[in-house]
Design a protein around this ligand. Structure first.
Ligand code: PXP
Length: 281
């Protein structure tokens, strides 16, 4: 069976856009698991643009499937990983100015550094996956530093501007998967995969056992959830009773627990940073 890792970073992106406490990526992960997610993937970026440190700890404690932590090979994040102990750490390149992870790691260029990082994470009991472009030298380098897995960057294929470009990128991926098979590496793939190209990837990239997909799933959830979200708001405006609110927003500030109600009614809402500090203390 092909495994699906659901990346919920962009649930946190929506939350951070407002600086409030919802939507909560941990709750989103729980819904994803109900939908069949085999793993939850989150990226704790050095600039903390979406997932926050606290999310990583809460996620690990809450979910019933393995956690895959995408991370830069930086000392600060390695320390956090060693404390959270996700099942897998996927090492990714990170540039502050990029919109998303724009290319694979150059493992071959920095073999010594990556060997040390992989050893540190593995010593902590974490499996290590290298997010690489589909190139032989990156596969060889990943093997040399004893990585457990590689995740092939599918972005160039998924974002290709024309069918010829897409075919050429898919061919590179197919060749890389073929080359990497048989060494005992777990083979994964991800980035840019959507509802149109997912099946093509699966059919072409035999031996890839895991796909990590985020943006397309979060975007689809926004669309498929819109109708009921509006219906619920309409019901509230019309004076109807909606029972689902505290399932989706501010789980700690729901209406069922009288203590929580007191906090909510005291004005300690989520917008004012001062209030947030009090609420979170
Ligand atoms: N895999 C890795 C290593 C990533 O960095 C990302 C993006 O965070 C993904 C998978 C998911 O990519 P997308 O959001 O385009 O599905």
């Amino acid at each position: 069976m092909i495994l699906l890792g659901v990346n919920v970073d962009h649930v946190a992106t929506i939350r951070q856009a407002r600086g409030v406490s919802y939507p909560d990526p941990v709750q989103a992960a729980e819904f994803a698991i109900k939908g069949g997610a085999d793993q939850i993937t989150i990226h704790l970026r050095e600039d903390r643009r979406h997932i926050q440190d606290e999310d990583v700890f809460r996620m690990k404690a809450a979910i019933s499937v393995p956690l895959n932590l995408e991370m830069a090979a930086s000392d600060e994040i390695i320390k956090i990983a060693a404390s959270v102990l996700p099942k897998t750490a996927t090492l990714v390149p990170e540039k502050r100015e990029e919109l998303t992870t724009e290319g694979g790691l150059d493992v071959a260029l920095d073999l010594k550094k990556f060997a040390k990082v992989v050893a540190r994470l593995k010593d902590a009991g974490i499996e290590v996956s290298m997010f690489i472009d589909p190139e032989k030298k990156q596969i060889d380098a990943s093997l040399e530093i004893c990585a457990d897995a590689v995740e092939f960057h599918t972005g160039k294929y998924c974002d290709a501007k024309n069918p010829a470009g897409a075919a050429a990128e898919l061919e590179k991926l197919r060749d890389a998967v073929k080359y990497a098979s048989g060494f005992g590496l777990k083979l994964c793939a991800g980035h840019g995969i959507n509802y149109d190209n997912a099946r093509i990837c699966v059919e072409t990239l035999s031996n890839v056992v895991e796909y990590n997909i985020g943006h397309a799933i979060v975007a689809r959830a926004c669309m498929t959830g819109m109708e009921s979200a509006v219906r619920e708001m309409k019901e509230i405006l019309q004076g109807g009773q909606v029972l689902t609110r505290d399932r989706f927003e501010n789980p700690g500030l729901g209406t069922r627990d009288p203590e929580n109600r007191k906090i909510r009614d005291s004005g300690l809402g989520t917008r004012d940073p001062e209030n947030r500090k009090i609420r979170d203390s």
